[in-house]
Design a protein around this ligand. Structure first.
Ligand code: AMP
Length: 217
């Protein structure tokens, strides 16, 4: 299965991607995680990306396309993957389609996870993440007890999860990424999923949307 999860920041793409990865035994390819890793490694690319990410802007297309292309060519992607946070611009979507043409492995489905802007701000501003295992918590809906429930690790708030940066990221999404919904709808790959409710409810809707696709194709 080759799947793209599309949706604004805070729609729960990362959480759903992790669930789907476990269910279907495919690779999780998160553009944001790959970039954060580059920042943590202190590579040249990471140094370029760091300040761009902290202010909630998009890292240049060529940089992200290069990282994703390299990742999709690794052996663990041969049996499928969930792309999370990529593509985010029309240019990235076109580059992805070129790469997949070369690999002779087209996308099966694009799922758009849809959530209202007020809900997104609430979700993102309350988000806390474990520095050790990456588990996600929320100060309202899934409050941690001091440290990570899973491994005891230290919890942190992402630099770009502060309210002014969140508003900026949502603006960037509306302008640059939302047009991809129409792009993928036009070529018949898109399924829309209501992103409200619990993690399990949303996961159920995604499974249903994938099932519909399999029946139709
Ligand atoms: P995320 O973890 O998906 O919310 O991504 C965090 C940040 O990484 C974004 O706000 C961007 O600065 C950068 N980023 C992630 N994916 C992309 C992408 N496909 N294109 C450009 N920048 C990206």
């Amino acid at each position: 299965m080759r799947l793209v999860l599309l949706g604004p920041p805070g729609a729960g793409k990362g959480t759903q991607a992790r669930l789907l990865t476990a269910t279907f035994d495919v690779a999780h390819v998160s553009a944001g995680d790959l970039l954060r890793q580059a920042v943590a490694d202190g590579s040249e690319l990471g140094q370029t990306a760091k300040s761009i990410m902290a202010r909630g802007a998009l890292v240049p297309d060529e940089v992200v396309i290069g990282i994703i292309e390299e990742r999709l060519r690794r052996p663990d992607c041969a049996s499928g993957y969930i792309l999370d946070g990529f593509p985010r611009t029309l240019r990235q979507a076109e580059a992805l389609s070129e790469v997949l043409k070369l690999l002779q492995a087209p996308l099966d489905r694009v799922i758009s996870v849809e959530v209202s802007e007020d809900d997104l701000v609430r979700r993102l501003a309350g988000r806390r993440i474990c520095r050790v295992c990456g588990s996600m918590f929320h100060v309202e809906s899934k409050p941690p007890i001091g440290a990570c429930d899973n491994c005891g690790g230290h919890l942190y708030q992402r630099d770009d999860d502060r309210e002014d940066t969140i508003r900026h990221r949502l603006g960037v999404y509306r302008e640059q990424t939302e047009p991809l919904i129409a792009y993928y709808e036009k070529i018949g790959l898109l399924r829309r999923v209501d992103g409200r409710g619990t993690i399990e409810e949303i996961a159920g809707r995604i499974r249903q949307a994938l099932g519909d696709g399999l029946v139709q194709s």
